[in-house]
Design a protein around this ligand. Sequence first.
Ligand code: CTP
Ligand code: MG
Length: 232
Amino acid sequence: MEYTVMLPAAGSGRRMGAGENKLFLPLAGKPILARTLSVFQQDPDCAGIILAVRPDERDRIREMLADHGITKVTAMPDGGGERQDSVRACVRAFMDSGSADDAVVMVHDAARPFLSRRVIRELAETVREHGAAIAAVPSKDTVKQVADGVVEDTPDRSTVWLVQTPQAFRAGLLAEAEEKALSEGFLGTDESMLVERLGHPVRVVESTYDNLKMTTKVDLAIGEALLKRQEE
Ligand code: CTP
Ligand code: MG
């Protein structure tokens, strides 16, 4: 099932503390961003990649694309101050290229290089029928809602899922959700929240626990260990 992927890559990696955008850091010798791009480059169902970048990193990223044989990037809009701004730049680039409202698009954090093809396929199939589908895993831990250091509530763990990317949508639905959020000044932490605000149901596709976001140093160590395991 054909889809276009939108990769926000215009962050700064503050929590990684590497002094530069964490996406340039190597994982077993290959930059995180190049690893994520390669997954989509190699997926025959992926029709194109839209990559939101920081203007000052544009040249360096172009070089990376060439070095790693990434040929599917169709647009590289400037990212914005918040992740949501960067995703909106991708959505606009996609819609401005005359793409159909019912095309399937996926938003995926450039910082998650370990996503699986099986999950991509299931998301694409689910979104065809239902319009919106996100990757998530059941929570292994009990989750508490806390305010001022005191527990306020404990949701029933069997209903708690930890959400990842990719998040897949019918393009027109995502574009509508992004514009509504912008006009109402709503800032979400994922795209699903914006679509939920339209009242549209969002389906959940069970993903894998190794689809980690490289966020702090410990994630790099786990990432290296995962790659070693794949080699064995
Ligand atoms: N991102 C983006 N534009 C922003 C902020 C984030 O495109 N203004 C991207 C990041 O590059 C990353 C993805 O969104 O691929 C997920 O964000 P996160 O893991 O939070 O990355 P950073 O924002 O770079 O890290 P931090 O929050 O620690 O600064
Ligand atoms: Mg961030």
